[in-house]
Design a protein around this ligand. Structure first.
Ligand code: FEO
Length: 173
């Protein structure tokens, strides 16, 4: 059974993961309107993954005798300056998510809830991967600078990465 404190911490994290999904969905939509189809595909998929992160928490809370709350969400940012603006914003958002996950882990230790602590380790690992990927993409964009041909190839690479990830996920299922 979850303590009220842990239940509240997990419900707060559900809201953050849901907001991540909405934010990346808005980024995907903006990218699509700019003809950045690879970037859009990558972000649509990322949005789906964040929804899965929220869903995994919802199911855990309910399985452990709590009540998972579906949050009301604010409208995310609608427009972006360019691709670099998107990925900088994504990294900033993920860094924030990492700190909130660390806070949940810390609360688990204080409350001696080792089951939830164990469950949260999946999120800790996921954050390492997500932050690393965002940093790699920002580094690539720095190298490209304002070169249009380079940006075209970057967008195409993201399409390839998204297709490869989708194939990998199907292979795992
Ligand atoms: Fe689910 Fe990207 O944090």
């Amino acid at each position: 059974m979850l303590s009220k404190k842990i239940e509240a911490a997990l419900n707060a994290q559900i809201e953050i993961e849901s907001m991540s999904s909405q934010t990346y969905l808005a980024m995907a939509s903006w990218a699509e309107t700019q003809g950045l189809s690879g970037t859009a595909a990558f972000l649509y998929r990322h949005s789906d993954e964040e929804r899965m992160h929220a869903l995994k928490l919802i199911k855990f809370v309910n399985e452990r005798g709590g009540h998972a709350m579906v949050p009301a969400l604010k409208q995310p940012q609608k427009n972006y300056k360019d691709t670099t603006d998107i990925f900088r914003s994504l990294l900033e958002h993920e860094t924030h998510v990492t700190s909130t996950i660390n806070q949940v882990v810390d609360t688990c230790l204080k409350e001696k809830d080792y089951t939830t602590h164990n469950f949260m380790q999946w999120y800790v690992s996921e954050q390492i991967e997500e932050e690393a990927l965002a940093r790699t993409l920002i580094d690539k964009l720095k190298l490209i600078g304002g070169d249009k041909g380079g940006l075209y190839l970057f967008d195409r690479d993201l399409q390839g990465l998204t297709t490869a990830e989708a194939d990998g996920a199907e292979g795992k299922a």
